[in-house]
Design a protein around this ligand. Sequence first.
Ligand SMILES: O=C(O)C(=O)C[C@]1(C(=O)O)C=C[C@@H](O)C=C1
Length: 342
Amino acid sequence: MIAGPCSAETEEQVLAIAHQLKETETSIFRAGIWKPRTRPGSFEGVGAVGLPWLQRARSETGLKMAVEVANKAHVEEALKADIDVLWIGARSTVSPFIVQEIADALAGTDKVVLVKNPVNPDLSLWLGAVERLQKANINNLGVIHRGFSTYLKTKYRNNPEWQLAIDFQSHFPDLPLILDPSHMGGRRDLIFDLSQTGLDLNYDGLMIETHTDPDNAWSDAAQQITPAKFKQLIAELRVRSIDVDAKDFKIKIHTLRKQIDAIDSQILSNLGSRMKIADEIGRLKNDNNVAILQMERWNEILERMKLAGNSQSLSEKFITELFKAIHQESIEHQHTIIKNKP
Ligand SMILES: O=C(O)C(=O)C[C@]1(C(=O)O)C=C[C@@H](O)C=C1
């Protein structure tokens, strides 16, 4: 559990929050000292003067201290202050130059370094940042999933894109994966559900912004909660185990998974049959000099499937993505046919 204010504001604020969090499940206290803000003019952090506040909070509470670092100077200051955990923010992870600068400044450290996902949903940037740190011989690594920018309007400040984090994990299965529901949701009322989803997906930890007076926080007021609310939220969360030994569970899940395997094979075989028909249409189009893309027909299929999906409790988003992928594959098949048989 990592908790603490978005920003360190005053020494009193840091100490008050840390003392309240000491009575909770928190093991690491977070506080932004240098705050990268999208636009100039808002509070950009107290800077290095806040580091002694964190040192005092650590000696009074025993909590480990975490700050964000965004360049070489920040790393040097944070290491000098013996901060325990340093995290690289989403706006830094997008920049290989900055990540390299931070990695060089941290080279060989045994401090814990956490890498937030890049602002945009680009898996390679996230992987690349971790690789740069590993190359600099930094071995106490972890990652933080805080969601991604999107031009689509969603209820989240940063869209979760859960699959991207799962893809990340398949590349680095041993790195601790932490969820940041505060930045993902951007709203207090979304923190619980996001946290529970994280635990259901077997995340290793949570980073939650907490403040003694959230409404008057100097940054990100809408997404912070009081230490008391944090304590209650943690108590209500259900931590899942990856597996249980219960015989009944094992038998039931085995049977259900067999059913899924059979249905998956059926889906694949149906897709293969559909593609064979698309190939035939491709040959017909080629013989008659007809264009591959048939917008009207494609729209008709999509609308019909969305309606049918609805009655099977399948979301419009899922149906659209599924059929777009099928249509794309069909078009690629027809291209291959036309290329090979002019
Ligand atoms: O109906 C066609 O013309 C097809 O080639 C089939 C199909 C499809 O896969 O459904 C593929 C491409 C067209 O844009 C429309 C539909």
